[in-house]
Design a protein around this ligand. Sequence first.
Ligand code: HPA
Length: 250
Amino acid sequence: MTTVAIIGGSGLTNLKNLKITRREVIRTIYGEPSAPMVYGQLSGREAVFLPRHGPGHTIPPHEVNYRANIWALKQTGITNVIAVNAVGGISPGFLEPGTVVIPNQIVDYTHGRAHTFFGSEHNKVTHVDFTDPYCEELRQILIEAASRAKLNAVGQGTYGATQGPRFESAAEIRRMERDGADIVGMTGMPEAGLARELGLCYASIAVVVNPAAGKTNGAISLKEIEKNLETGMAKVRSLLEQAIPLLVRA
Ligand code: HPA
C-alpha cells in the first residue's frame, strides 16, 4: 500500500522523477482536493503526488481547499505527508536563495481559512497537541535524505505562515522576526494543523526563493523568485529521491 504523499507547492506542480502509474479523482465531504491524486514510482517505491495549487498552478494560497486535500490523503490510506513549501528568508542563515530548510516550528498569521475538522458540526469539543507541529521521525528522515543528496540543509527553523497572496511589508517581516520566525510562506497553515488533527505524520521541505521584504534593497523580484524556484525544486527532487527509500521499504 502507498504510505507516502508529497504535496507540491510553487515550482513543483509535477514531479519529473515520478514514474506515473495512475491518476485518481477523489471527492471528500469537504469538496474536491486541488487535483487528482497522481500515483507513481519514485526511487522504485510507490508514492502519491498532489499539487497544492492545482495542475496548472491556478489556486492561490488563501483559496486552497486544505481540508479536502488532507482528508483525501487520509482517505487513500497515506500515513506520511511530505509538504514542499517555497519561502522567503527572514533571519541570518536563512536569507540565501536555494537554502533548504526542514522547519521544526510554526507561527500562524493566516486568517479566514477553513482550518479545522473539529468545528461545531463535530459532536464533541476536541483539541489536539501541536507543541511540535511537525512529525519528528519524518523530519529526521528528511534531514538524513538531504545529507545523502549532499544538500547543505538547515535542520530546524520557525515557519511563519502568512495569508497572502500579497507579500509582506518590511514592518510585518520585522514583527515576524521579533516573533522568532526564520522563514515566511503562505501555505504552511492550516495544512500542518489539519494533518495533525487526522493523525498524519507531516513534515515540510522549505526552500528559500527570496530574501523576505525589507531584507534586501528594494522590492521583491518575481523574476528572481522564478529563477530560484527552478534551481530550488531541482534540489527538492533529489532530496525526495533519497527520502522515499528511507520511508517506504520495498
Ligand atoms: N513571503 C511569503 N511567502 C513567500 C515568500 C515571501 O517572501 N517567498 C515565497 N513565498
